[in-house]
Design a protein around this ligand. Structure first.
Ligand code: BGC
Length: 428
């Protein structure tokens, strides 16, 4: 059974069960399920909550802790099965299509807002297509994250005698050796599956380029998944793993980010939500910290679009709140404030084209420039680790093989590539 069918079967039970009553108030109340729970993420989502409450709606916070969103997705599925989905939930990529085909998403509620606010004109086609189902918007895109970043504490680099950020894997290893010799943790890393795969996909991009990445992660081409380039990527991954924080097993990403911020570690491979933690600590991009593309990936951009889907609700009053949230989210003020706090870049083309004019910092300006350039060259690729490239079943197969491989000191890269091919085939 594919993931859509599994989801549909589970959810068909939903109609048999009663909906819980929503709190009544003057303009209506909307529950929003999301996983923005680190200090920096919370500061970002609080911007939305404040505006929606200012507009007279009640925001019911459905925050579910756990970076990358796996726990939030589990909660969401059981809520849907119980016939009680929230009005709005953070869901991304192809998973949106799976949810929409269950019939649980509302394809009417955003029609007027999207038309009145000219979403089709404001969004890159790739972004709009992600949040549409059969031509209608079923979600509002919130922001664009770049995943293939390396975060650096320049003060720590200086103390370890490293002259400049690494631009190749060999330079990365040389820097990591110096950091180790000087007593620092070379690479802050929380050993949770989604974090392991965040590093894995960056290495695949570095070794195989954007075309190879696409064949492996998007097309799921078996020859590429099991071929010599993948074996090379897995070999490099193993080497990188030797520099990962020895105390990082099971750690949250933001606790690992804190080690770089506090000068205990030199680097972290993480999407630019990591910037939210630097911003919260009052650190300035380009001065207190550096963001550089993961070595060997400067011509590519793995994207991750956060979006909020709208679920059908029995209480018609909820739609006004859903529409208000969608309208606020696509507005320039919110796009600026949220992304500044969150570390991302706006989804609006007019803002992406003038990032300096909108007061965005050096990291965000680089990100927007690369996003627009890579959209023309094929360098723009969806992140597998962040639910943009495949459905969750296939992503789960990647996660299992990659995390087992990283954690098994005896694991052989050629064998792991074979396992990867088999696991991905089985999951489709
Ligand atoms: C989400 C980000 C979030 C990060 C860490 C990613 O998958 O897209 O919005 O900050 O996970 O939780």
């Amino acid at each position: 059974m594919n993931s859509t069918l599994r989801l549909t079967a589970a959810i068909s039970l939903a109609s048999l069960l009663p909906l819980s009553a929503l709190a009544a108030d003057s303009k209506g109340s909307v529950e929003v399920v999301h996983w923005w729970t680190s200090g920096g993420e919370k500061a970002a989502v609080d911007v939305l909550k404040a505006q929606v409450e200012k507009d007279g709606f009640t925001w019911k916070d459905g925050a579910v802790a756990g970076g990358g969103g796996a726990t939030a997705m589990t909660v969401l599925k059981s809520r849907a099965v119980a016939g009680n989905p929230p009005g709005i939930a953070q869901i991304k990529g192809p998973d949106i299509q799976d949810w929409a085909s269950t019939g649980l998403l509302d394809s009417d509620v955003l029609k007027d807002v999207a038309k009145a606010e000219n979403w089709d004109g404001l969004l890159e086609k790739k972004v709009a297509d992600t949040v549409k189902f059969e031509g209608d918007y079923v979600a509002v895109p919130v922001n664009i994250h770049r995943v293939n970043w390396l975060w650096i504490n320049p003060e720590v680099f200086k103390k370890a005698g490293i002259a400049k950020p690494p631009t190749t894997l060999d330079e990365f290893y040389a820097a990591a050796e110096k950091l180790k010799a000087a007593g620092f943790i070379p690479l802050a890393h929380g050993g949770q599956p989604w974090q392991d795969s965040t590093v894995f996909e960056a290495v695949v991009l570095s070794v195989m380029g954007a075309d190879g990445y696409k064949k492996a992660m998007v097309d799921l081409d078996n020859a590429t998944l099991t071929g010599p380039q993948m074996v090379k990527a897995l070999t490099e991954l193993k080497k990188i793993a030797t520099y990962m924080d020895a105390d990082g097993k099971g750690q949250d990403w933001n606790l690992e980010a804190a080690k770089v911020i506090n000068g205990k570690a030199g680097m972290q491979v993480m999407g630019d939500w990591a910037k939210s933690e630097w911003t919260l600590a009052k650190k300035v991009a380009g001065q207190d910290y550096q963001c550089v593309p993961f070595p060997g990936t400067d011509k590519a951009f793995t994207y991750n679009i956060d979006s909020l889907v709208v679920f059908k609700q029995k209480d018609a009053g909820t739609s006004a709140g859903q529409q208000d949230i969608a309208k606020v989210v696509m507005g320039q003020d919110f796009q600026k404030l949220f992304s500044s706090n969150k570390g991302s870049i706006p989804v609006r083309k007019d803002m992406l084209a003038d990032m300096a004019g909108h007061g965005f910092d050096a990291c965000a300006q680089t990100s927007a420039k690369d996003f627009l350039a890579d959209a023309q060259t094929g360098g723009l690729q969806p992140s597998m680790a962040h639910n943009m490239a495949t459905n969750l079943a296939v992503q789960g197969a990647f996660f299992d093989v990659v995390t087992n491989y990283i954690n098994d000191p005896k694991a052989d890269p050629a064998d792991a590539a074979k396992k990867l091919g088999a696991a991905i085939q089985a999951a489709q």
